[in-house]
Write a protein that binds this ligand. Structure first.
Ligand SMILES: [Zn+2]
Length: 124
């Protein structure tokens, strides 16, 4: 018996990935707005407030956290796109390291997974 994902299963994962992609894009858009706003606030008319060092501190901190979030989401987006390309190429669902089929349980939890659990835990 050939071990691979059925067409319906592929479709289901493709949908999961597309949904996730949309979600990440929406979040990125929202966080991009947040960054733009804080930049506007600190550089615009409200610059007088920058005398409040404490406020500025939390503002900078918040912006850093948001930037961090954005870069994490960009990574996720990259992984999702990679997985979607694999679906088109027909290599989706296979571990990129050992070539075995990644258990569906793992794919449901992390549809953009590149490797199986064993390989993800193995030291590089
Ligand atoms: Zn593997």
């Amino acid at each position: 018996m050939v071990k691979k994902l059925k067409k319906v299963e592929l479709k289901r994962f493709e949908k999961l990935l597309i949904d996730e992609r949309q979600k990440v894009l929406r979040e990125l858009e929202y966080e991009g707005d947040q960054i733009a706003r804080t930049q506007l606030e600190t550089s615009g008319d409200l610059a007088a407030y920058s005398n409040h060092m404490a406020d500025q501190g939390t503002e900078t901190e918040r912006r850093e956290i948001t930037s961090q979030l954005i870069s994490t989401r960009r990574d996720t987006l990259f992984e999702i796109d990679h997985a979607l390309r694999k679906i088109t190429k027909g290599s989706y669902g296979f571990c990129e390291r050992c070539g075995k089929l990644i258990p569906k349980r793992r794919l449901k939890f992390l549809p953009q997974a590149r490797v199986c659990i064993k390989c993800s835990q193995a030291t590089p």
